[in-house]
Design a protein around this ligand. Sequence first.
Ligand code: PTJ
Length: 252
Amino acid sequence: MTDIPKSHPRYASLVARERVAEGVKRGYTSIQGLIAQGRGECFDYLLGERTTPSAAAAIRAAAALLLLARRPAISVNGNVAALVPEEMVALAQALDIPLEVNLFHRSEERVKRIAALLREKGAKDVLGEQPDISLPGLDHARALATRGGIYDADVVLIPLEDGDRCEALLAMGKRVIAIDLNPLSRTAKKATVSIVDNILRAVPQLTEQVRQLSSKPRSDLERMLNEYDNEKSLAQAAQDIREHLSSQFQQA
Ligand code: PTJ
């Protein structure tokens, strides 16, 4: 990886970019993943590269939803594997659930490499190498699922994807948590809870919230979830972008 000095003003962003590029070189991340990272970087810039108060509220609601779930599941793609493999393992361990590799640009080689990476980072249970069922209504590789994982889950975390799987999961009666810096994405708009934040900042905070809230009674978690409104949260993200832009230019 390119050696980036910590003093560089764009250090965090450049390190993330290096991780995704390294993911491509090591065979975890698709070449298209570089473009997805660029789109994410752009929205992060517009948001001011911070976890906004509305994103923090979405993270709390997502933690409540995961803790209320009978059977939650977490999906991992090539970008997620490159950016936050250890953090995803920590989240799965905090919830005591498996991680499931699920790819849009699927190749068996890439699925195996990501599963091996997650195991190397300490994951006990990794699904996705032997999908045994398809999600109805999808005619691409993201439909491939595993019984006992995403297929049977009641709540599914789908970071960094914009497409039709969110709708297919909702149509199956599941609730969906998205992590997506783009508040305009189809997935962000449709999901039950959308965390508009960089996955690098969001996942550690989500795990921390899961740990903190795990001792709360269900009634408290249900109240937290009921108080959350995804449409309002996305509107606030758009407002946060407008305010950040205005703060940068005196004449805006
Ligand atoms: O590994 P695969 O084959 O499953 O492919 C993964 C990608 C990401 C290439 C695939 O899912 C894809 O094409 O996704 P999209 O449609 O580009 O959507 C990715 C979304 O994630 C976009 O809305 C980006 O803004 C967002 N995003 C990208 N990087 C980050 C991010 N959101 C949060 N944190 C990021 N670091």
